[in-house]
Design a protein around this ligand. Structure first.
Ligand SMILES: [Zn+2]
Length: 453
């Protein structure tokens, strides 16, 4: 914990003055989130994980490596002289079937739904966007400080990871688009003039879910929304012929065409079981009781928190060659044989061995999340195996391209590697109080509409 505070302090002090002002005004909440997350998301009672009591390392903080290129090759990490060991092997986890042929697979475009505690800087920096870009954008456009829960952001970066454009869907009616020009970012406002109509679409499985849903009349993005909403409840690959689904959408019709749509609720019946996911005011989906559909994730893949020997850095520069050798995960220095835990419920999609990664495990958590664990000594799981949060999946090691005993840990969201120490983790909490009452009223209205033919 102290390390994180120190890292932030060091990073803060090394920034030019305008950035410090920016950070001070914009990211107080970010700091709180970054520092407190390990406590905010404690492991379940049934796991012996004690993040709170993690011993504080007194060794020189390795996080300084980020700030000083001279010390960028720590003792227990991957060697810097090689191409990155995590070379462009995106997780194998997401079956093509679930993605369909949606254009949203473009890895340079990212989507995000604003949730509690988010700020523009906390969202963008967790995806590796430079603070300079965030400052350039937010300094000129104050309104971006007023992000609201449930609003959607999407953005595009170029090959160098620089922010090119940001789209802020403020409401159904209003969208703001910021595009990089010669003098910073220019704002454009788009107002929707169409009318919104609700529509129920029913279907029956014949072939894959994607095929069946499209045959029933859903668009690519609507299919994706349905899969995303139900991802924690069921595995779409295990659906069977003649399973029923019913989808309630709100579509905006402009000049007789559907311009955009929003998923309101979905019901899917398989093996005599009904699964529901209904949208709440925060833009997230819950079951009929308003319970969260995800179990929270652990921040660290070990029982206690180990020293970080090399940080996440998608644009890490090799000081010798001057080449970018991305570090898509974080390295924790730890003795060989340390139990490595799955950070969330999921399914093992790879447990294997590579020349660079050494023994490694890859776990898929729902549709959007994938975690990877490398340089392991002994694997304790097999591909296809279901794991629960906190389960032992391996013993740490020093295999593959590694300069000392350590665990290389990656966290991927939507096919993009993010910083495992600061990434927004799925929350397990459901709705409470007034939010829940409003949600249950919505459920009473939506559920009866989700009838099968
Ligand atoms: Zn590493």
């Amino acid at each position: 914990m102290q390390q994180i505070v120190r890292t932030i302090a060091i990073a803060y002090n090394n920034l030019p003055r305008p950035h410090r002002i920016m950070l001070g005004s914009l990211s107080v909440i970010t700091l709180a989130v970054a520092v407190w997350r390990p406590v905010v998301y404690p492991p379940a009672d049934d796991t012996p994980v004690t993040v709170k009591e993690a011993p504080i390392s007194t060794a020189p903080t390795p996080n300084q490596t980020v700030m000083s290129p001279q010390t960028i090759a720590p003792e227990a990490s991957e060697p810097m002289d090689s191409e990155s060991i995590e070379q462009p092997t995106p997780p194998v986890a997401i079956p093509a079937d679930e993605l369909g042929t949606t254009g949203s697979d473009d890895s340079s475009v990212h989507e995000y739904v604003v949730s509690t505690g988010d700020t523009l800087s906390s969202i963008l920096t967790q995806y590796g966007i430079d603070m300079v870009d965030v400052t350039l954008l937010a300094d000129k456009h104050d309104d971006l400080r007023n992000l609201k829960i449930g609003q959607q952001l999407s953005w595009a970066v170029n090959d160098d990871g620089e922010l090119q454009s940001l789209t802020w869907q403020m409401s159904r009616r209003e969208t703001r688009i910021y595009e990089r020009g010669d003098n910073g970012f220019k704002e454009r406002v788009e107002m929707q003039k169409g009318e919104w109509h609700n529509r129920v679409i029913n279907g029956r499985l014949s072939g894959s879910f994607v095929q069946s849903a499209k045959a029933a009349g859903l668009t690519d993005s609507e299919v994706s929304a349905v899969i995303k909403a139900l991802q924690w409840q069921l595995d779409f690959r295990k659906l069977r012929k003649d399973d029923n689904f019913s989808v309630l959408l709100s579509r905006e019709i402009l000049d007789g065409r559907s311009e955009q749509s929003e998923l309101i609720g979905v019901r899917l019946n398989t093996g005599d079981k009904d699964y529901f996911a209904i949208r709440a005011a925060d833009g997230k989906f819950y079951d009929r009781e308003g319970s969260g559909l995800t179990r929270g994730f652990m921040r660290f893949p070990t029982m206690k928190q180990f020293r970080v020997s090399s940080n996440f850095n998608p644009r890490r520069l090799n000081p010798v060659t001057g080449r970018v050798t991305p570090h898509r995960g974080v390295d924790f220095s730890m003795p060989v044989g340390t139990p490595v835990l799955s950070v969330g419920d999921g399914e093992v999609v790879a447990a294997s061995r590579g020349p660079d990664t050494g023994n490694f495990v890859e776990i898929r958590h729902g549709r959007q999340y994938t975690t990877r664990y490398m340089h392991l000594n002994r694997l304790l799981v097999k591909p296809g195996q279901k794991v629960k949060r906190g389960d032992r999946i391996a013993l740490s090691g020093n295999t593959g391209r590694s300069t000392g005993p350590h665990l290389h840990y990656e966290f991927w969201i939507n096919q993009q590697a993010v910083n495992p120490l600061t990434a927004k983790l799925p929350r397990s909490e459901g709705l409470a109080g007034q939010d829940r009452r409003e949600y249950l009223a919505q459920v009473r209205e939506v559920t009866p509409q989700l009838k099968f033919d």
